[in-house]
Structures are given as structure tokens and as C-alpha cells.
Design a protein around this ligand. Structure first.
Ligand code: SF4
Ligand code: SF4
Length: 290
């Protein structure tokens, strides 16, 4: 049913045992009445339309993953699935807790479930859609057999799918404009453009600002370079929180807080931790890009 709902990969993690890692990553409140966890990957793919830009326009780009609110799309699809499961098998609405872009660290759960493997770039790579997915989970109030491990998808060895790349100079490390990809599955966040673009950090260091380019939101160099994202990857269609591929950064930076909140409400840039100040900062950095 989850596959029919557009998720490209779905796995069951059971038993949902608080005594075992990585299940302890989920708080007690999530564990109550939830012996199984459904993990699902929703693809946004790499087939977004490219829009030609008039040569005279000053532009700041929004990355494809942020041109729709795919997190909201994933939640909406899981809510619908949860409602169907409730009708069929019972349980309360609150038993079907949806974890998507939540404080629960999703990567260890995704690895444990066999949803994908961790890449050297710190992202979960799925067989079906590379890393061009959002990861969502839903607790289930009934027990389902855990999915059997699939060959190559359980990470006894680190980075099993990075074997195609030179470990000393992998493409994802080389592609990062600020040297944030360490190549060991972690990022140096204080060097990551996307970390700052998401509203983190009090100030943006000069070295990062110099490499900002004309991004309004979304750095994707470490994903674009990954060998697993080079093929054509279809994504789901979504009408949630549409944003264009680019906006005028000077005009944006001049908007008031209220105007910015209204402009980005319901979009991937409308998240509370970014806020109007973060959007304005991104716009100014993009506008000052040579
Ligand atoms: S998002 Fe950009 S800056 Fe951050 S690690 Fe990836 S390539 Fe580097
Ligand atoms: S570019 Fe290569 S090393 Fe980097 S995450 Fe992708 S497969 Fe792994």
C-alpha cells in the first residue's frame, strides 16, 4: 500500500525494542503501543523542469528538492495510509505517529531497516532513487514481521556502495565547494553552505560566504556528484508549497518579516528554524555573489 502511495522503497523495522539501538533514538512517547515501524523513502528525483532565465535578471536559485514541500507531501501520503490501516486493522490515530523532518534521527533507523546505506557524503542512498529521496517513518500499533536483510543493504562494512569511488578523492568530497564533506559519512557542519542556508550559525564565515554563489536555498553539489544520482530518477508529483527555480534576491531582501512569512508559508523555506531573518541573510549572500 505504501508503494502504491508513491513511496519508492518501504521497509518494516520490528520488534520496536527500546532496549536495542538504534530504536532507542525514538523517545518513550513514540514507543508506546508501537511494536513496528514503517520506514519509507519518497523520491523527488532529478527530472524537475529547468526554467530559462532572462539574461538581464539577477537571480538566486532554489534547489530542486526545495521547489516543492516534499516533507509535507510525505506526511500527507502517510496520513492517508495510516487512516486506511486504521479502518482495516484498528488502532487510534495517535498510534500511527509520523516522523518526517522531525528531531528523531532518521538515518540510523533507515540503515537498520535496510531502506538504504550511508554514503561517504553522509546521505542515505537507496537502490531505487539514489539519495534523491526524503525519508519518513510511521509507527504501527500492531506487530509485523521485520523485513529480511537484503544482500548489500546491511552495512556490515562501512560505505558498501562507495566502492566505485576513489576513497582518497571521492567525487562527493571533491565537489563540495567548502570542504565540508569529510568522506567518512560525516560533514563538518560549520563549513556546510546548506547548514547555514537552513538558518544555523549566528554569522556566515567569510570563506563560506565567498563560496555561497547565487543560492537562495539548497546546496546540492555533494548529491549531484554522487555516482548513484547520475541516472534518470523520476520523482513524485507534488503541488505542496510550490516555489520557482529562482527569485530576485534584492527584492526578497527588501521584504518585511511579515511579507517573507506570507511569501514562504507552507513551502520548504517556510520552516520555523529558517525564519525571515535566515531568508533575508540567504538573499543578501546570493545578491552579493559575483
Ligand atoms: S550541501 Fe554543499 S556545502 Fe554542504 S556538504 Fe554538500 S556540497 Fe558541501
Ligand atoms: S560520490 Fe561516491 S563516495 Fe561519495 S557518496 Fe556517492 S558513491 Fe559514495
Amino acid at each position: 500500500m505504501a508503494l502504491a502511495a508513491g513511496f519508492v522503497r518501504v521497509r518494516i523495522l520490528s520488534p520496536f525494542d527500546p532496549a536495542q539501538d538504534p530504536h532507542t533514538l525514538i523517545s518513550e512517547s513514540y514507543q508506546a503501543g508501537a511494536p513496528s515501524l514503517l520506514m519509507a523513502a519518497l523520491p523527488y528525483g532529478n527530472l524537475q523542469e529547468t526554467v530559462p532565465i532572462p539574461p538581464h535578471e539577477q537571480v538566486a536559485y532554489i534547489a530542486p528538492f526545495a521547489q516543492r514541500n516534499y516533507y509535507r507531501e510525505g506526511v500527507k501520503r502517510l496520513q492517508k495510509l495510516g487512516a486506511t490501516l486504521r479502518t482495516l486493522y484498528g488502532g487510534r490515530r495517535s498510534d500511527f505517529r509520523i516522523l518526517c523532518n522531525s528531531p528523531v534521527p532518521e538515518k540510523p533507523l533507515a540503515q537498520a531497516a535496510g531502506l538504504g546505506v550511508l554514503g561517504r557524503n553522509g546521505l542515505i542512498i537507496t537502490p531505487e532513487a539514489g539519495s534523491l529521496v526524503i525519508i519518513a517513518a510511521m509507527t504501527l500499533p500492531f506487530f509485523l514481521d521485520q523485513d529480511e536483510p537484503e544482500p548489500g543493504l546491511h552495512q556490515e562494512e562501512p560505505f558498501p556502495w562507495c566502492v566505485y569511488c576513489d576513497p582518497d578523492q571521492p567525487p562527493c568530497v571533491r565537489a563540495c565547494p567548502t570542504g565540508a564533506v569529510r568522506g567518512d559519512g560525516t560533514l563538518e557542519l560549520s563549513r556546510c553552505i546548506q547548514w547555514y542556508a537552513s538558518g544555523h550559525g549566528r554569522t556566515v564565515p567569510l570563506e563560506i560566504a565567498r563560496n555561497w554563489g547565487n543560492r537562495l536555498y539548497g546546496c546540492t553539489e555533494c548529491q549531484d556528484a554522487c555516482v548513484h544520482n547520475q541516472r534518470t530518477i523520476p520523482g513524485v508529483r507534488s503541488s505542496e508549497g510550490p516555489l520557482p527555480a529562482y527569485l530576485d534576491p534584492v527584492a526578497l531582501a527588501a521584504l518585511s518579516d511579515e511579507e517573507l512569512k506570507a511569501r514562504f508559508k507552507g513551502t520548504a523555506m517556510g520552516l520555523s528554524w529558517l525564519g525571515p531573518q535566515g531568508i533575508r541573510r540567504n538573499a543578501r549572500l546570493a545578491a552579493s555573489s559575483p
